[in-house]
Design a protein around this ligand. Structure first.
Ligand code: PEP
Ligand code: MG
Length: 746
């Protein structure tokens, strides 16, 4: 049997729905809602405050307060009780409001005669929309039932807002999803793009927040949850029993079976919400909590709950898969986060990517880099705001996104893109010129790659070869271990595309941030210092042998260059080299062709290797400085940690002196040396690296032009003098001195 308050609540929601269906202006609807709610709750006042802008709330409709205050009374977020409800997202229930902390008296409303106050936030999936308030003269706290009833009304109001019910002449609200918005995030990959939003997971639109028949809704909810449980169980069975993936699924399962979650949704339905509105109400509460929780474990769990709610909403509404929908022109992908495989499935169609989460070192960022499309990360809440097809401008250089921009912003952005295109033209005019500095030093410029998608850049960028082919990307984008024959096929295609240019294949560099979904992952306290790269390969040599064999077979007699990652001491190189020799011997025994020439080198990514024995420098056939890792270990600053990753300048004297030392050691043994971290692709850094003696740099393809253009204009000897003088002056970094020199000599 429904309780009294439940049936009262249902009646009210039914009336709200009728209001929605009426052909009335937005303001008339708001007025009617305040009237109906005050009446149903038995209070003298009901008011709706909505956001005018991100910081300001406006009284938009009221039953009981003075009519002249409507659209006049405004308050800042956090100001007064209403502002506090909005800023905290929490209900305030006060019997004696004027004595409540933060109460602000607004004489124009005539509210001084009302003692009790109940304010609940109007919010939808983390978006703050406004505050719903009831007040009465009698000094009393509202009961838990009444609070609940008002929260349900607020939920329906939020849905109605989303559906545009309050837009129109004289109404307070601009239609949602029509305003221009600016998102400040971080740079995942530089570049600019202009296009139209495409949501990786489109938001589900609930068109029926109110339902008449709770029994039907309960049945729908239970059926959907059953389906959800089955699908989570299936996913779990497919994921095996280990790995982070399985942990997440376990958390899903926990929620899917959570009694509290179900009970709250059932209560919402009993009060008149539809099944999908009940799911969304829970989801909104979780999102509001998410914004306030700093504990990462708890945040992750709230994220899991959010994902699960999305799945449930898709089951309930049948919405959400985009089959049939057409990608807009110049699509810019919007997602909370995305895996490398999913990103690649878009098949080079995307012009840019914007993520709410993500990190510079994530695989998605690596793929975006390979695809040479701008990526902005940490664009908070953009999946809530963007709609498919919205115009969007992505400024990857500054980590800024403009959603539905004004015409002035669009035209400024167009100018900027035109300037960039001009610069590109300049670079293309020197594409086939070898890079020689103004004082005649020859510097080889190579490119970093890892995907088939990278290969066309070999010709387009003017790179002289591939200085780093990150073979792990082919492993990361799959959901199972690739077979040897598949690898042979891929590596052969890479060599074919290179048309005789040298490709340095780096063997599998996994561990740390690069976790293969299908390999047992360890829960290491410090994964960057843990069981990774060559350490895994030497301890479990099966995969490395398979990979080496694939490389030899792909070469099919052609020259082959192999490089081992993360070598920290001589013995690791010697053992890895031994594996190459064994594979070659075996291939010979099998009668397969072996490469006419094979070079085997190592990456210098740990400071220890810079001080290895002379014997190592004599034996290793070449060295490549992995500046990303080397820098993180040199400064003890995690390359993935936003708090520290930009803290130390690559042009810091200590780091440069360290690299100079490596250059000197390589010169004394005649060991070819190159540099392949991200810094090689930054023109100023590249110039300084060349000035201190590096003659080979490998970078992302888009950087080859800008780096070449700068290097060709300056004398390395002069830059070297500038560096020396800066050192003599005791400066911490040579950056400023070099920048000044470039300015004075431009
Ligand atoms: C490096 O560490 O500099 C490097 C090139 O390797 P990765 O970025 O793949 O670790
Ligand atoms: Mg590395």
């Amino acid at each position: 049997m429904p309780t009294n308050t439940e049936s009262e609540s249902r009646k009210l929601l039914g009336r709200l729905r009728d209001t929605m269906a009426e052909d009335a202006a937005g303001q008339a609807r708001l007025d009617k809602i305040t009237h109906l709610t005050a009446d149903s709750m038995g209070t003298e006042v009901c008011s709706i405050y909505l956001f005018r802008d991100n910081e300001t709330l406006e009284l938009c409709a009221s039953q009981g307060l003075k009519p002249e205050a409507v659209h006049q009374t405004r308050m800042k977020l956090g100001e007064g009780l209403v502002g506090r409800v909005a800023s905290t997202g929490k209900t305030i229930n006060a019997a004696d409001a004027p004595s409540e902390r933060g109460f602000r008296y607004m004489p124009e409303t005539g509210e001084e005669i009302y003692s009790s106050f109940l304010g609940v936030p109007i919010q939808r999936l983390g978006s703050k929309l406004g505050v719903l308030v009831v007040q009465s003269k009698q000094a009393r706290e509202f009961t838990a039932d009444e609070v609940y009833a008002l929260e349900v009304v607020a939920m329906v109001l939020a849905e109605m807002t989303e559906l545009g019910a309050f837009v129109g002449e004289g109404a307070a609200l601009k239609a949602r999803h029509t305003q221009s918005l600016l998102f400040r995030g971080g740079t995942g990959q530089e570049g600019s793009a202009m296009g139209h939003a495409w949501l990786h997971e489109p938001r589900v639109v609930v068109t029926n927040p109110v339902a008449d028949d709770p029994d039907t809704e309960l049945r729908r909810l239970h059926d959907a949850v059953d389906q959800l449980r089955v699908s989570v169980d299936e996913m779990l069975a497919g994921a095996g029993s280990d790995g982070e993936h399985a942990q997440v699924l376990e958390a899903y399962r926990m929620f899917a079976n959570s009694k509290g979650w179900m009970r709250r949704m059932e209560e919402d339905i009993a009060r008149g919400l539809s099944a999908e509105a009940a799911v969304e109400k829970e989801q909104s509460t979780a999102r509001a909590r998410m914004a306030q929780v700093t504990d990462t474990y708890l945040r992750d769990r709230l994220h899991d709950l959010d994902d699960l709610s999305n799945r449930l909403l898709r089951i309930l509404t049948g919405q959400g898969n985009q089959t049939g929908a057409e990608l807009p022109e110049n699509p810019i992908l919007i997602a909370r986060n995305i895996g490398p495989g999913e990103l690649l499935e878009y098949n080079r169609k995307l012009k840019g990517v914007v993520l709410e989460e993500g990190s510079v070192g994530s695989h998605a960022a690596i793929v975006a880099r390979a695809l040479a499309i701008p990526l902005v990360i940490h664009a908070d809440r953009i999946t809530n705001e963007a709609l498919n097809g919205d115009q969007i401008l992505v400024d990857g250089d500054q980590g800024i996104v403009h959603l539905r921009p004004d015409e002035t912003v669009v035209s400024a952005f167009r100018d900027k893109m035109a300037m960039q295109a001009k610069a590109q033209e300049r670079y293309s005019s020197i594409r086939d010129t070898k890079c020689t500095s103004a004082d005649g030093a020859r510097i080889e410029l190579h490119m970093n790659a890892g995907l088939m998608a990278d290969l066309p850049s070999l010709a387009g960028s003017g790179a002289e070869g591939v200085g780093l082919f990150r073979t792990e990307l082919q492993f990361l984008i799959r959901n199972k271990m690739p077979k040897r024959t598949e690898l042979v096929d891929i590596y052969a295609k890479v060599l074919d595309a290179a048309q005789g240019k040298r490709v340095i294949f780096r063997t599998l560099d996994i561990g740390s941030d690069k976790v293969l979904p299908y390999m047992k992952s360890l829960d290491e306290p410090n994964p960057a210092l843990g069981w990774r790269a060559i350490r895994v390969a030497l301890d479990r040599p099966g995969v490395m042998r398979m990979q080496l064999q694939a490389l030899v077979r792909a070469a099919n007699g052609r020259p082959l260059t192999i490089m081992f990652p993360f070598i920290a001491q001589y013995e690791e190189y010697a053992r890895a080299r031994d594996e190459v020799d064994k594979v070659l011997a075996r291939e010979r025994r099998l009668g397969h062709p072996v490469p006419e020439r094979i070079e085997v080198g190592a990456m210098l990514e740990t400071p220890s290797l810079a001080y290895a024995s002379r014997r190592f420098f004599e034996e290793v056939e070449f060295l490549s400085i992995g500046g990303n890792d080397l820098k993180q270990f040199f400064f003890a600053a995690d390359r993935e940690n936003e708090l520290v990753r930009r803290r130390y300048d690559t042009l810091n004297i200590s780091f440069l002196s360290f690299i100079e030392n490596i250059v000197a050691r390589c010169e004394s043994t005649g060991t070819p040396l190159s540099f392949c971290g991200e810094d090689a692709g930054r023109p100023i850094e590249a110039l300084v690296l060349a000035a201190i003696g590096l003659r080979s740099l490998s970078m992302r393809p888009a950087s080859v032009g800008p780096v070449k253009s700068l290097l060709m204009r300056y004398s390395l000897k002069e830059v070297r003098d500038v560096i020396e003088e800066s050192k003599m002056r005791g400066e911490q970094s040579v950056r400023q001195a070099v920048m000044e020199y470039l300015r004075d000599n431009s």
